[in-house]
Write a protein that binds this ligand. Structure first.
Ligand code: PLP
Length: 256
């Protein structure tokens, strides 16, 4: 069974304990895609989002996302009592990974992966963890949540002027919203409203890149047309930057 802790676009968390109950009952492998959300485990305040993760058989996690490790830093963790990865992937090349060495050859991971020679991502994580400690990493997570609530507060304030509209209540730090240009305000429900709204984010994105002021992503999702998604991870950013960000979107889309 495949479940997600922090979906990429909206940041939703599956109820892991309940899924683990189903997996136990039917003897299913439980894999958790925690690429995006896994880092909440560092935060005392937010780790409840992943309650039940200890019952997973395997977990994927990207410290290069929320913890801001340099790209790429990805981990695949599994409870492995049978040397499963070796059974799955080993090519047992006779010219590599000799078995009659003086140490535990299980430490050689090259023959356990689909590919063989790859970068040692975990070294980045280890160095970062050593440098800032578990508390430093927790602080990164907690700050991202604070930035997200600031962004939501500002979006709500702009919403008062009906130019920025939140699309879904965030569970995590993904703040997703539409910018409603002047020509579309108060026209919700009219015939080509959605079609016109879908074109707004790509135009603003093009302008922000060409003018070199910001980089903010957008995407559609299901029946929701293109919306912006902002996630603020840098602890160096402040309220002032958040104000700039929303004012800038409004400036770039003023004539649309
Ligand atoms: C980013 C992300 C991935 C993909 O991670 P890569 O390391 O880029 O392959 C998978 N799942 C979720 C939920 C993600 O956010």
């Amino acid at each position: 069974m495949y479940c997600t802790s922090g979906t990429t676009v909206q940041g939703a968390f599956d109820p892991l304990d309940r899924i683990a109950d189903v997996c136990d009952k039917h003897k299913l492998w439980m894999h958790v895609d925690a690429c995006w959300g896994g880092s909440v485990l560092f935060s005392k305040k937010h780790k409840h989002l992943m309650k039940g993760i200890d019952r997973a058989n395997s977990v994927a996690w990207n410290p290069h996302k929320m913890l801001v490790a340099g790209l790429q830093c990805s981990a695949f963790l599994l409870k492995d009592t049978t040397n499963l990865l070796k059974q799955c992937h080993s090519a047992s090349a006779t010219y590599l990974f000799q078995q009659d060495k003086f140490y535990d050859v299980n430490l050689d991971i090259g023959d356990k992966s689909v590919q063989c020679s790859r970068k040692v991502d975990c070294l980045k994580l280890w160095l970062m963890w050593k440098a800032v400690g578990s508390m430093g990493l927790a602080e990164r997570v907690d700050k991202a949540f604070i930035h997200a609530s600031t962004a939501m507060f500002l979006v709500a304030k702009f919403h008062y002027h009906t130019c920025i509209c939140l699309c879904g209540q965030p569970e995590f730090v993904n703040v997703c919203f539409w910018f409603i240009p002047l020509s579309l305000r108060g026209k919700e429900g009219t015939e080509d409203y959605q079609e016109k709204l879908a074109k707004v984010a790509p135009i603003i994105k093009e302008r922000m890149m060409k003018q070199g002021t910001m980089m903010v992503g957008y995407q559609p999702l299901g029946n929701k047309v293109n919306f912006f998604r902002v996630i603020v991870l840098s602890p160096l950013l402040s309220q002032k930057d958040m104000d700039f960000f929303l004012n800038e979107i409004e400036r770039l889309g003023k004539d649309l």
